[in-house]
Design a binder for this molecule. Structure first.
Ligand code: GLU
Length: 384
């Protein structure tokens, strides 16, 4: 064991306690070697997910398997299953398999009267702030409406340079995007080992990781698995993204019965545990990594509300300086010029200028669309 790992506090690590849970499911669980969908497995997983949801956990599924299923449907599965497809072949397979996959999730969840929404993302949707904010609010809206979003990479349009290529990192980015508190990666291995367990009888399972150290990276490099395109290395990358976002992440074997429940019981898995709550980490990210491009000057009432932990509303804004787009980082100052906070603006500078001083209920008439009530939501705001 290293300083970054340990076995304490396992009792606090319950999937049942999750407020917002991202479940990533690897191709190897969803399709057999011939690309046939594992409907029974999906049904069993959905039964557990539906139960968690009834108990109040919001659920997002990141499902692989489109390429594995699609290549069979297109007759590209002949020969060894792992024949590497050309990019355009995998894109064609993904486009075909995704329809089948989405239907399978829809059918399984319909039994519990849970509506499903399909979301296909590329890296650009998570890197570009405006698209990121759009995707984030769409997912938040779906969750509020009781939907389970089923997400995959938009393989059909993602070229080599802009691909995630693996759904491990995609799942972690989604978890970060929606401020999930838990991300579970269901794979065909029960977590991280100190060495490749297939090759080294002395390899021991690592139950908890608190930081992604070079030592942990080296362990990942030594652990092989057959799960789709992501091995343990991309799972550790996913864990790094999740930890930075304050989201705990578990890697476990999805082939066991009722894996989500089993991890709360005796089944082994590896938990990656962040140091802070999601919001704290997100705010740390806002405070640390932004280069503000504009300024919002606010009145004394708004300044007081911000200090009390409230969002910034258009009504409290007296002046807008600089040119910025929705989602850009801005500084909030009082009328004397003192910096109060930094945050991500929910409106462009032009629109902000048009709605400054207005009540939130009045902004739609001025803008011609219904935007967010807040100029900067408190989740996107850090006091200076
Ligand atoms: N997006 C790919 C698919 O649906 C899966 C990537 C992965 O296996 O991680 O087939």
């Amino acid at each position: 064991m290293t300083a970054a790992t340990g076995d304490t506090a396992t009792s606090t690590l319950s999937i049942r306690d999750s407020r917002r849970l991202v479940i990533k499911i690897g191709s190897a669980l969803l399709a057999d070697d011939d690309g046939n969908l594992q409907i029974d497995w999906i049904d069993a997983l959905v039964a557990d997910a539906a139960e968690l949801r009834r108990a109040g956990t919001e659920i997002i599924i990141v499902s692989s398997g489109a390429i594995a299923v699609g290549r069979r449907l297109l007759g590209l599965a002949r020969g060894p299953r792992n024949r590497v497809l050309r990019l355009e072949e995998s894109q064609a397979a993904a486009a075909t398999g995704q329809v089948r996959l989405a239907h399978a999730w829809q059918d399984a969840l319909a039994r519990y009267d849970v509506p499903v929404a399909q979301i296909l993302l590329t890296t650009e949707d998570t890197e570009d702030r405006r698209r990121y904010l759009n995707a984030r609010s769409t997912i938040a809206t779906l969750l509020k409406l009781g939907v389970i979003p089923v997400i995959n990479e938009n393989d059909t349009v993602a070229t080599e340079e802009i691909r995630f290529g693996d759904n491990d990192r995609l799942a972690a980015r989604v978890a970060q995007m929606v401020s999930a508190d838990t991300c579970v990666i269901l794979s065909d291995i029960d977590g991280l080992y100190t060495a490749d367990p297939g090759q080294n009888s002395g390899a021991s399972h690592v139950a908890q990781v608190h930081a992604i150290t070079p030592e942990i990276e080296a362990m990942a490099g030594a652990t092989s698995n057959e799960d789709g395109s992501g091995g343990m290395v991309t799972k550790i990358e996913a864990a790094r993204i999740a930890l930075q976002a304050g989201c705990r992440l578990a890697i476990g074997d999805g082939r066991i019965a009722q894996p989500l429940r089993a991890f709360d019981g005796d089944a082994t898995c590896t938990w990656f545990i962040p140091q802070g709550e999601p919001q704290t980490a997100r705010k740390r990210w806002i405070a640390a990594s932004l280069n503000p491009v504009g300024t919002l000057v606010v009145d004394a009432g708004a300044a007081k509300a911000l200090v009390a932990g409230k969002s910034l509303l258009p009504a409290g804004m007296v002046r807008v300086e600089g040119g910025f787009e929705r989602g850009d980082p801005v500084i909030v100052r009082d009328e004397a010029g003192a910096e109060l906070a930094r945050g991500l603006s929910a409106y462009s500078s032009d629109d902000a200028d048009r709605i400054r001083g207005l009540k939130s209920s009045e902004t739609e008439a001025v803008l011609g669309y219904r935007g967010r009530e807040e100029m900067i939501h408190r989740d996107d705001l850090v006091l200076s």
